[in-house]
Design a protein. Structure first.
Length: 445
């Protein structure tokens, strides 16, 4: 066996823990309780993700609620839509300050973000163009770390520095994303790289569409729908993996760039923000293998095959269904479904939207039949987000990066809270099950 083969074998054999130890020592893998609820690891005043109630020790399903700083996401989006204005900047201000801005503050904050979008000097050429990446999330994380070098005092521990850094990163993330995407096109798919100048005064959603599209044109309704997506993804509590990663690094008293880069790295994972790619892949399997998308029996039959690991990616999972917290409904999916349906009506996407509705409706029925479980499940936001992005002409490789662009606001808010309230390095315990061994001299091995 070669040295490399030995290392590969050891990678698996010497890093596997017997499942019995987790039961024996009452270890809660994934920081999850046996009923699926999360282990209480902190307290936050930023967001409440409500998906169930606990009654006499029993977990009871409930309609989902998403609350930002005390304000229901339905109200935040509802008012922005009713007043025909962009709402993401208002949400960012709310998350960072804990209160809603007045009209003047909102206008000034929107201008502040616009003024902070431009990348430093030759940053694009030196940090992105000279070292392009096949993965845009990778480049966004690396660029976040690289901005440390452009900060005159990156280790400053003052509120002013934290706020300035947060505003700068929230503003620059869309630009870094588009630059990384264009560089990827140029070097890895042999497409033309089109770089547009930034337009002052645009909202975040308008900025993304105007720099992404070759002709820079977009409709007001398209920008408003993307703005809606940014609002829905801006924050989701302290327990989600990327936010927790940000808080863990923050608790060590490291610099903001390191903490935010870690959050991006977490969100990149297929079990977190990258899950939208698995949903898109599954939808492609269904569209290809189900001849009549309106035939409930045929759709159900294919879903049954997916659950039995006879179709799809072989995982047995129906992606886009179920959530770690939400039970009866994911409020983000409910909102997105409404606007996605309205935009799809009368277009080439209407038929596909109806298929997604069928998957959402039929999955619980098929799941109970195959798994013999009456587990309550609902569609999550990923069920409809891919369709919305495609209706906006956004390529799949930008789905997760757009998530990161939006969630930067939530990460910043949680870093602020951890700095002011955490006061201790986060260090959970790990039970060692290794045994001490007598050292063997090298000539006797």
């Amino acid at each position: 066996m070669s040295f490399k083969e030995t290392m590969v074998t050891a990678f698996t054999e010497n890093n596997r823990i017997s499942p019995e130890y987790y039961s024996k020592y009452h270890v809660k893998r994934g920081l999850r309780n046996s009923d699926g609820t999360g282990v209480m690891a902190g307290v936050t005043n930023i967001c409440n993700v409500h998906g169930y109630v606990v009654d006499d020790g029993e977990k009871e399903p409930a309609e989902g609620k998403l609350i930002f700083r005390g304000y229901n996401i339905n109200d935040l989006i509802g008012r922005a839509v009713a007043e025909d204005r962009f709402g993401y900047e208002e949400v960012v201000f709310l998350l960072m300050t804990g209160r809603l801005p007045d009209q003047r503050e909102l206008e000034d904050f929107t201008v502040l973000l616009s003024d902070n979008r431009a990348l430093p000097g030759t940053f694009f050429e030196d940090m992105i163009l000279k070292a392009p990446s096949r993965d845009i999330m990778n480049k966004m994380a690396r660029s976040t770390l690289a901005l440390y070098s452009y900060d005159s005092d990156p280790e400053a521990k003052t509120p002013e520095h934290e706020i300035d850094t947060a505003v700068s990163l929230i503003a620059k993330m869309p630009v870094i994303m588009i630059c990384a995407y264009e560089a990827k096109k140029r070097f890895f798919t042999e497409e033309s790289m089109i770089m547009h100048q930034l337009i002052k005064g645009q909202s975040t959603a308008e900025n993304i569409l105007s720099t992404l599209r070759p002709d820079r044109t977009f409709t007001h309704d398209e920008a408003k729908l993307l703005d809606l997506m940014l609002m829905l993804h801006a924050e989701h509590g302290g327990g989600n993996n990327s936010t927790f990663a940000c808080r863990v690094l923050t608790s060590s008293s490291t610099d903001p760039y390191s903490a935010y880069a870690a959050a991006i790295g977490s969100l990149k994972g297929a079990r977190h923000g990258g899950a939208n790619h698995k949903v898109a892949e599954m939808h492609a399997y269904i569209k290809e293998n189900v001849s009549d998308w309106e035939d409930n029996a045929e759709v159900s039959d294919y879903l049954r095959k997916i659950l039995k690991k006879e179709a799809g990616d072989g995982s047995g999972l129906i992606y886009g269904m179920g959530h770690a917290v939400y039970t009866l409904s994911d409020p983000r999916a409910v909102i997105l479904k409404k606007y996605a349906g309205a935009m799809a009506e009368g277009t080439e996407y209407e038929r596909e939207f109806r298929l997604l509705e069928s998957i959402e409706r039929l999955t619980p029925i098929v799941f109970e039949e195959v798994k013999h479980s009456s587990k309550v499940m609902c569609a999550n936001i990923d069920m409809y987000s891919g369709l919305v992005y495609r209706m906006l002409g956004i390529p799949e490789e930008l789905f997760t990066p757009l998530f990161a662009v939006s969630r930067m606001a939530g990460w910043c808010a949680h870093r602020f809270e951890e700095i002011n309230s955490g006061k201790r390095i986060i260090r959970p315990a790990y039970k060692s099950v290794s045994r001490e061994k007598k050292y063997i001299p090298i000539e006797k091995r």
